[in-house]
Write a protein that binds this ligand. Structure first.
Ligand code: S3P
Length: 437
């Protein structure tokens, strides 16, 4: 699918975001592991949710769309019937995580404790992403996990069983790795600790705690002890990472005001919000509230004058998925923005450093690729061009937003990739675009 985008005279409206992808995955998987049944509403839409549902159903979990569960009529709701820690069925076929690394890595943590054989794989992009980072700790805990290329790539074959707790100190901060090990740790003998270089998103430990698990979270270090989870109803907050596109669009467009309702503002996810504000963005946080242990608010973003920043170190895990769209914002900022310490971007759904530099430089931006990030000299107007998504949802959407801010027409090829996390993205983009000032 090709999308052609131009700069509207005015960008205005209220956006209803899809449910947060990370929290959706955890609400489904942890409720499947729990005893009891729970309603999960406002899940993310899109292919990644389908991947998690497919894997959990492949293990015998009953998850049904529910129409009478007391949430507002506008919400789509699912009822998850938990299997408890030892109620899953040995899958009769290969589990397919599609494009979703979160599905594969979190499910692998669950499989490691199951006394049966399973194989989990994904699409060609996922089969090229690093898996040694979960194979090593799961093996140390006592599971037999093998994979291609010396156990570093999916498909992964798992012979699960009894596990022992470990102290895991990975070289990079990754919420997927942490969550995989913590989920396995729920069934291990002894404590399981994950200690990362800096804090990554903490949705797993928050939700485990709300479900009654014995978890101690202290920033970058989290410990879990053997626990049975109790199902809880979750209304998933609006996707923080989906909101990022509209925050950048509104901040950089000369005539814009966009309202985002019910957005997750968990501090382990709000790196972009903090950095845009430090750059001078006019973003208001309204009606802060709490939802299933997660902070939520409405955000209002307006046209702003931005200045360059340096982005590196401990903030990187808090903004990891938003760095491509931050690089776009930096094109509109006074001065040179440098993003460092972000080499993890090279092993996402695409190599997001080179994909971002490719798209923005086609539009005339002064961007340079660094081994661990991007440097952007702001202030050169962007001109519409043909840009590729590289099959990566966040690159497709970043280039779509670039099209809203550039002179002339921008053509995004393979634009359907946006549907991995945000199927309504292109419709919302059109609805916010007004041809009269
Ligand atoms: C995610 C963690 C991050 C993020 C991904 C979702 C999660 O990946 O990039 O989109 O839900 O735990 P890493 O854990 O590999 O950094």
């Amino acid at each position: 699918m090709i999308q052609t985008v131009g700069r509207p005279a005015r960008l205005e409206g209220a956006v209803a975001l899809p449910g947060d992808k990370s929290i959706s995955h955890r609400a489904l998987l942890l409720n499947a592991l729990a005893s009891g049944a729970a309603h999960v509403s406002n899940l993310c839409h899109g292919d990644d949710r389908a991947s998690m549902l497919r894997c959990l159903r492949g293990l015998g979990t009953r998850i049904v769309k529910h129409s009478d569960c007391g949430v507002t009529a506008a919400d789509e709701c699912f009822r998850v019937h938990g299997r408890g820690s030892d109620g899953f069925d040995e899958p009769s076929t290969v589990l397919d995580a599609g494009n979703s690394a979160t599905t594969l890595r979190l499910t692998a943590g669950l499989l490691a404790a199951q006394p049966f054989f399973s194989v989990i794989t994904g699409d060609s992009a996922l089969r090229s992403r690093p898996m040694a980072r979960i194979v090593a700790p799961l093996t140390q805990m006592g599971a037999a996990v093998t994979g291609r290329r010396g156990n570093s790539l999916a498909p992964l074959a798992v012979h699960g069983g009894s596990l022992r707790g470990i102290v895991h100190e990975p070289a990079e901060s990754s919420a997927q790795v942490k969550s995989c090990v913590l989920i396995a740790g729920l069934h291990a003998i002894g404590a399981t600790t994950v200690s990362q270089p800096s804090e990554s998103r903490d949705h797993t430990e928050r939700m485990m705690k709300a479900m009654g698990a014995d978890v101690d979270a202290n920033g970058a270090e989290v410990t879990v002890r053997r626990s049975e989870l109790k199902s809880i109803d979750v209304r998933v907050p609006g996707d923080t990472s989906g909101a990022a596109f509209w925050l950048v669009a509104a901040s950089c467009h000369p005539n814009a005001r966009v309202t985002l309702e019910g957005v997750g503002i968990n501090p382990t996810r709000t790196g972009l919000l903090d950095i845009l504000k430090a750059m001078g963005a006019r973003i208001r946080i309204e009606n802060p509230r709490e939802n299933a242990g997660e902070p939520v608010a409405d955000l209002v973003a307006e046209s702003s004058d931005l200045s360059a920043v340096e982005v590196s170190g401990g903030v990187i895990p808090r903004i990891i998925d938003e760095l491509p769209v931050l690089a776009l914002a930096a094109c509109f900022a006074r001065g040179r923005t440098v993003i460092r310490d972000a080499q993890e971007l090279r092993v996402k759904e695409s190599d997001r450093i080179s994909a971002t530099v490719d798209g923005l430089s086609r539009m005339g931006a002064r961007v340079e690729e660094r081994p661990d990030g991007i440097s952007i000299q702001g202030g050169t107007p962007l001109t519409g061009a043909e840009c590729r998504s590289f099959g990566d949802h966040r690159i497709a959407m970043t280039m779509g937003i670039a099209g809203l801010l550039a002179g002339g027409a921008t053509v995004v090829t393979d634009a359907e990739a946006a549907a991995v996390s945000y199927p309504g993205f292109w419709t919302t983009l059109n609805e916010l675009s007004h041809q009269r000032p």
